[in-house]
Design a protein around this ligand. Structure first.
Ligand SMILES: [Cu+2]
Length: 348
């Protein structure tokens, strides 16, 4: 269902020597993309089950003066604030074709190592039917979509009735005073031409198979995760510890079949996109503001501290499926590589 991208810090890493810079370097030099699991068009109303679907992989590369991707080593790192080339499915500003009134499914994924996308299709909106590979409980329309590294959205896009073209862009965005800022950049051109299609009905409400609301369920355990980093942003911590496969930041395991509430606190001056493997979670509040239940997700940007007040996201996690070690980490690969990762031990 939906798209997934190879997630850094998989349990298999326990067999490997941990080398700072590994995952960022591997993604940056090519080792990331999209896997489409199942087909969420089967969940759409009858008339929309055969619409065109496109997987849209967003990824950036930095090039040296010879036009090559630099081969980084464990002792060097990408500067994610350096100018970068934004590609769509490996192409520079490609053309995406649609017919007037045509509705398409776009499976969006940010497969980049470190940088954010804030997507906008000028003059259009995105109809979100899936987030992070999970069908939504409430279909929403969005003018912009924020995609931190690793983020996936499944969206419907309906072309205007008249021929023309529109720019798919990432708008200017910064992820905090200690983080990076990115300029407005055109990514692709959507060209609307050809014979008119019959307009499809709007999709609203809950997608079939959307997970249940966790707002009112009993909470078996509450935990706090403190995200922090050193002043020059080279060492990263969860609960004051750098990643080690030898021990979780938590003393107690989670029990399969229970729901826990986690408060993720960001003490640093940049946003950290928190990612949990295995099951999607529900965001309950952001900076103290309650969030109505519309969907589950497995990546959420935790806002940076402002004037010494930490940012905070509260999530609820249902430990439904698999016992074992579930990894979690910041999805900015440079941060995860330098310590911002751990795991929860889930026991039967
Ligand atoms: Cu981070």
């Amino acid at each position: 269902m939906g798209t997934t991208c190879p997630a850094p810090g998989s349990p298999g890493m326990s067999d490997m020597a941990f080398m700072p810079g590994d995952v960022e370097n591997q993604i940056f030099t090519g080792l990331s993309g999209a896997l489409v699991v199942g087909d969420d068009r089967t969940l759409l109303p009858e008339q929309l089950r055969h619409i065109a679907a496109h997987t849209v992989v967003l990824k950036d590369v930095q090039l040296d003066s010879a036009g090559h991707i630099p081969q980084n080593t464990a002792t060097t790192s990408i500067n994610s604030n350096d100018p970068t080339v934004r590609l769509v499915n490996g192409q520079l500003r490609p053309v995406l074709s649609m017919r007037p009134n045509e509705t398409q499914l776009w499976r969006l994924v940010n497969a980049g190592a470190d940088i954010f996308y804030q997507l906008q299709l000028d003059g259009y909106h995105f109809t979100v039917i899936g987030e992070d590979g999970t069908p939504v409980a409430h279909v929403t329309n969005a003018d912009t979509l924020l995609l931190p590294p690793g983020k996936r959205y499944d969206v419907l896009v309906t072309a205007n009735a008249n021929p023309g073209q529109a720019t798919l862009r990432t708008t200017a965005y910064g992820n905090g005073p200690q983080g990076d800022s990115y300029p407005d950049t055109a990514l692709a051109t959507v060209k609307v031409a050809g014979h008119h299609e019959r307009r499809m009905p709007e999709v609203t409400g809950a997608m079939p198979t959307a997970p249940a609301d966790l707002s009112a369920v009993p909470i078996a355990q509450r935990r706090t995760l403190d995200l922090s980093e050193n002043g020059d942003g080279t060492v990263f911590y969860i609960n004051g510890k750098q990643f080690s496969m030898d021990g979780s930041v938590f003393d107690t395991p989670a029990k399969l079949g229970t729901v826990e509430e986690w408060t993720i606190v960001n003490h640093s001056g940049e946003d950290h996109p928190f990612h949990l493997h295995t099951n999607a979670f529900q965001v309950v509040s952001v900076n103290g503001v309650a969030q109505p239940y519309t969907h589950r997700q497995d990546i959420v940007p935790v806002p940076h501290a402002v004037d010494g007040v930490p940012g905070q996201v509260v999530i609820r996690v249902a430990f439904a499926d698999y016992p074992g070690k579930w990894m979690f980490h910041c999805h900015i690969a440079a941060h995860e590589d330098h310590g911002m990762m751990s795991f929860i031990n889930v026991v039967p």
